[in-house]
Write a protein that binds this ligand. Structure first.
Ligand SMILES: [Zn+2]
Length: 152
């Protein structure tokens, strides 16, 4: 079973595993994402309500990692649900990932199909070392050859 956060519904996350979330997530969804939530609920998605003492435990952990101010009540309860269900949490939120890691809750990052990493190339002059965003046959400054450089 996977525990999905709001962005998982918004980004149309797919898994063959059973899924779970918390009721608060529904309030953050609109349009298509809200429709997906209803459809998944209708097909057996588990709505989990974590215990208060688990929620407090997550808040303590978040205070220790310094992430508590970044987390909404929904975020804290999602981590609590994943903790109680012993299930991976599906989220791209760094603060939630941090707290989950502290509690040994596994995190699955939402895969965004079709959006590949955008890479901007730079061209560097072998002579003067200047960098250019566009390729030239020769360095416009010193006339040496340029080579492609991966900025990552
Ligand atoms: Zn040059």
């Amino acid at each position: 079973m996977y525990v999905l956060d709001s962005s998982a519904f918004i980004n149309d996350y797919h898994t063959d595993e059973g899924i779970a979330t918390i009721p608060l997530v529904e309030e953050e969804l609109e349009g298509e994402a809200a429709y997906r939530f209803d459809a998944l609920e209708g097909s057996g998605m588990h709505l989990h309500i974590p215990e208060d003492n688990t929620v407090e435990r997550i808040e303590r952990a978040a205070r220790e990692t310094g992430d508590l101010a970044e987390l909404s009540e929904t975020d804290v309860r999602l981590v609590a649900a994943a903790f109680e269900l012993d299930s991976p949490l599906v989220t791209d939120d760094y603060a939630m990932q941090n707290v989950a890691e502290k509690l040994d809750v596994r995190v699955e990052v939402i895969a965004r199909d079709g959006i590949s990493e955008q890479r901007e190339w730079l061209f560097q002059c072998a002579g003067c070392g200047r960098e250019f965003e566009e390729n030239h046959d020769r360095c416009p400054v010193c006339g040496s050859s340029l080579s492609r450089k991966n900025p990552a």
